[in-house]
Design a protein around this ligand. Structure first.
Ligand code: PLP
Length: 224
């Protein structure tokens, strides 16, 4: 299957999920996660018409950015080490993994323009997942207000990898509920209108539950 074929099937699924939820497919931005593939496959993604690319490591981001540059819109989706912020921060358009004030402070220091950020929230009990506890999010948003380089456009979460669709759906509903609480604060630094949720295994549910950015790797590109 080519990326173009995979993309066609994914788009049909997005449309279906939107129809069941009474949403418009235009509200959903597809981020192609290219972390496991090289330049050639990444270019195939661009040629198929997907401009938003997601990387989770500095090395991958820098390498691909050097080859592709402004042709793509760059999303950093992995955890970002504070000491490595300066390498990538002015090459990315979106950060999906803001999860601590020390990271925000370093971004403030290094970014030449405001960075669109998602605050990462831990919506499941799974140990391996990063992010703030839902109860910590409101305070965190208020603390971020002093950093004018941080524009909190939304929240991001990862559901556990499981066949239990109820459990997955619950994670996405939790994120949506936290978003509502943030929006009710009417913070100018955190409009929080976006939800980054949904991967290959669960994007259908994520779109039904209100995702505006979905991050797809395997199902779109494969893993080689
Ligand atoms: C790898 C990764 C994805 C894509 O995962 P797939 O299951 O391959 O679609 C999405 N989000 C994050 C944060 C990732 O690390």
């Amino acid at each position: 299957m080519t990326v173009q074929d995979n993309l066609s099937s994914v788009k049909i699924e997005i449309e279906k999920a939107c129809r069941t939820a009474g949403r418009s497919p235009e509200e959903v931005t597809l981020v192609a996660v290219t972390k496991t593939v090289g330049i050639e496959k990444t270019k195939e993604v661009l040629e198929a018409g997907v401009r938003h690319l997601g990387e989770n490591r500095n090395e991958g981001l820098l390498h691909k950015h050097e080859e592709i540059g402004q042709e793509a819109i760059w999303h950093f989706i992995g955890s970002l080490q504070t000491r490595k912020v300066k390498e990538v921060i002015n090459k990315i358009d979106y950060l999906h993994s803001l999860d601590r004030l020390s990271l925000a402070a370093e971004i403030q220091k290094r970014a030449e323009k405001p960075i669109r950020c998602f605050v990462q929230v831990k919506t499941s009990e799974e140990e391996s997942k990063h992010g703030l506890h839902p109860d910590e999010v409101l305070t965190f948003m208020e603390e971020l207000a002093v950093y004018d380089k941080i524009q909190v456009i939304g929240l991001m979460t990862m559901a556990p990898y499981t066949d239990d669709t109820k459990e997955i759906r619950k994670c996405f509903q939790t994120l949506k509920a936290v978003q509502k609480e943030v929006q009710d604060l009417h913070l100018t630094n955190a409009p929080c209108s976006e939800l980054s949720m949904g991967m290959s295994n669960d994007y259908f549910i994520a779109v039904e539950e209100g995702a505006t950015y979905i991050r797809l790797g395997t199902i779109l590109i494969g893993d080689k």
